[in-house]
Design a protein. Structure first.
Length: 320
């Protein structure tokens, strides 16, 4: 059995990824920024797999060159996209390739997938958006379960010599941070200075910062959410701005009243937000739709408008 790096709270997701790879040659791990897609795939990666990070790529040529380099192609080959695609088809046979952070170059990845029929290898993508290739199986990755989020906080507090975490205060902090692994990691970085109660008293944009910019690259929450925002169509951004005016949960009728969208258009927008991990649905609640706390805070601080709150106010007054 392959020994995997330790990862807190993702045992069932690792099993699901194993099952998907056994039945499909193209698997996408999809979720919001900071939810732990790269960490999950790194923990899963077989020893003979080729891990290819695409975060520094800006074009099709960059993507192909990054993959070609990882497969030891000749340097000059990367200048001809068609030759690269052929080379990859020949030299990827029987291998597992992981393409990490695909969302900003998804058109380039789709171009490559169109030329790989059949796929020459097992291909695992991480992205905030699925490729929608007809061969793709998707693993939607969500935040940690609350008990796992608390375990992560306890482990990180212990690593930096922080105080023991009271279960109640730790659970409150985990919930306030949406049980999002990146947010938990960033908050725990202050454990040598602050306890959970003190962290809860801070605004998210103050708490969830990188402590030392000389460390290896890591997004702040705002940076991660800003990239998610940039990937949304304008109509979906408008819906997100309007829904951020709700302080808690809301139902479809309330969202329709505030956004002014048709039912079909609103459902499309909400599904896009759900797939990107910006909104969640609680099927047993009378108000089943919720923006994550950190998402609502980000939208209100950086993209809110008087018009959105005016629409919310007009909707509320219609019940007076």
């Amino acid at each position: 059995m392959t020994t995997r790096p330790h990862i807190i709270g993702r045992a069932s997701d690792l099993r699901r990824l194993d099952m998907l790879v056994e039945t499909a040659s193209l698997v996408a791990v999809v979720g919001s920024g900071g939810v732990g897609k790269t960490a999950l795939v790194t923990a899963w990666t077989p020893t003979d797999a080729v891990f290819i990070g695409l975060s520094g790529c800006a074009s099709r040529e960059d993507v192909l060159a990054a993959i070609a380099r990882s497969l030891d192609a000749a340097p000059g080959l990367a200048r001809d996209p068609e030759e690269v695609a052929t080379f990859l088809a020949d030299h990827g046979q029987g291998r597992t390739l992981i393409l990490d952070n695909c969302e900003h170059v998804l058109d380039s990845v789709r171009w490559l997938l169109a030329r790989w029929r059949p796929l020459p290898c097992v291909l695992v993508l991480t992205s905030r958006i699925a490729s929608e290739d007809d061969r793709e199986r998707v693993l939607e990755l969500g935040p940690l379960a609350e008990e796992d989020a608390l375990a992560l906080l306890r482990a990180r507090f212990a690593e930096v010599g922080g105080p023991p975490i009271d279960p109640g205060a730790g659970a409150d902090l985990a919930r306030a941070l949406d049980c999002l692994p990146l947010a938990l990691e960033l908050a725990a970085g202050w454990a040598g200075l602050l306890g959970p109660d003190e962290m809860l008293a801070l605004a998210p944009q103050v708490l969830l910062r990188k402590i030392d910019s000389t460390n290896e690259p890591q997004d702040t929450i705002d940076e991660s959410l800003a990239r998610s925002w940039s990937l949304l169509p304008e109509t979906v951004r408008r819906v997100l701005m309007d829904c951020a005016t709700f302080c808690g949960g809301f139902d479809l009728a309330a969202a329709k009243g505030v956004t002014g969208q048709t039912t079909a258009a609103l459902l499309d927008a909400l599904e896009t937000l759900r797939r990107q991990g910006l909104i969640r649905r609680d099927a047993v609640s009378a108000r089943p739709f919720y923006l994550y706390h950190l998402v609502r805070d980000f939208v209100r601080r950086t993209h809110s408008s008087d018009d959105a709150f005016a629409r919310h106010g007009a909707w509320a007054l219609s019940f007076a």
